[in-house]
Design a protein around this ligand. Structure first.
Ligand code: GLN
Length: 315
């Protein structure tokens, strides 16, 4: 990366500047436990491919992965089960619909979720994870995610998990419809339970940025000399994941974000964004106040600013 000091100053400036965007956003409350988040919280971090971390604001504040987990579940299941197992059940196309939309499952001729970055696709992938119960699958997912985030282990936020499980009528409807289409492996309730648990994985922006750096290295662990050499996911899984993050990672805001930032990213209603600039760095941001599409208002402004000012555009 360019001089560490200049990048640190830029990061500080963008985090400060994003506070106005945060004030215009709203914390998600359809999962009741998420409403506890402080809307004014903003933080961000960058990890270079050499493994050097810069952070600003609340980069160590804990939050749940929510839909950011979809960008980690995808390479996990591709490498565990193979591309054919995934893409025979889930498409590769954007929807232009909200993340929890059910409408295309019946209305389109595809008869499968459009992509793995929306709830319907992620519930199918949850059913394909190694293990037979939601708990076993989510434990495997957390182990895989911990390695990408450079941590020994990751914890489950029990309260958020229970809160979503108690209120997720829409996701239940989606999952049962998926079962009707023959796309859920095993029990529907276990697929849903695994999905709620994966969404309730506790992370912070600093460790998310490290995951972005691994994606920036096409699946290698960040470290000196452009990667430590340890492979954490296959090159193909990294490429497929980044392509789908680009086209579908911010749901019905994906196109506009790609125009502004030009790098793959994935958001979650917990307030996180994971982004990756190939061969350069990973970015993690936190800001629980969301825009109307469910993307972190502060996070969008920070990631777009970093891409613009550091020339991270991949396109
Ligand atoms: N667990 C959340 C849900 O299924 C994830 C949504 C999101 O982060 N966009 O509704």
């Amino acid at each position: 990366m360019s001089s560490g000091r200049a990048t640190q100053e830029l990061l500080d400036r963008l985090v400060e500047g994003a506070r106005a965007a945060a004030r215009a956003g709203r914390v998600a409350d359809y999962i009741p436990a998420l409403a506890r988040a402080r809307p004014e919280a903003v933080g961000a971090a960058i990890t270079s491919v050499e493994g050097e971390l810069l952070e600003s604001g609340e980069a160590r504040a804990g939050f749940t992965l929510q839909s950011v987990s979809k960008a980690i579940a995808l390479p996990y299941v591709i490498d565990a089960r193979g591309e054919e197992a995934v893409f025979s059940r889930v498409g590769k196309e954007p929807t232009g619909d909200p993340f929890n939309s059910i409408i295309r499952l019946e209305a389109s001729s595809l008869k499968k979720p459009y992509n793995p970055m929306i709830n319907a696709g992620a519930i199918v992938l949850s059913s394909l994870m190694p293990g037979s119960t939601g708990e076993e699958r989510a434990a495997g997912f957390r182990g895989y995610a911990a390695a990408l985030l450079g941590l020994p282990s990751l914890a489950l936020d029990e309260e958020v998990y229970r809160s979503e499980a108690a209120t997720a009528n829409k996701n239940r409807s989606i999952a049962w419809f998926l079962k009707e289409l023959g796309l859920v492996e095993g029990e529907v309730d276990e697929a849903l339970d695994g999905y709620f648990r994966q969404c309730a994985t506790l992370v912070d922006a600093a460790s998310l940025s490290r995951c972005g750096a691994c994606l920036a290295l096409d699946g290698l662990e960040p470290g000196s000399a452009g990667g430590s050499g340890r492979r954490l996911m296959s090159e193909r899984a990294a490429r497929v994941t980044k392509a789908l993050m680009c086209s579908c990672g911010l749901y019905d805001g994906s196109g506009a974000f790609c125009v502004e930032a030009g790098i793959p990213a994935k958001s979650g209603v917990g307030g996180g964004i994971l982004a990756s600039a190939r061969g350069r760095a990973g970015i993690g941001s936190y800001g629980p106040a969301l825009d109307p599409r469910g993307n972190s208002a502060a996070g969008l402004s920070i990631v777009e600013g970093l891409s613009r000012e550091l020339g991270l555009f991949a396109l």
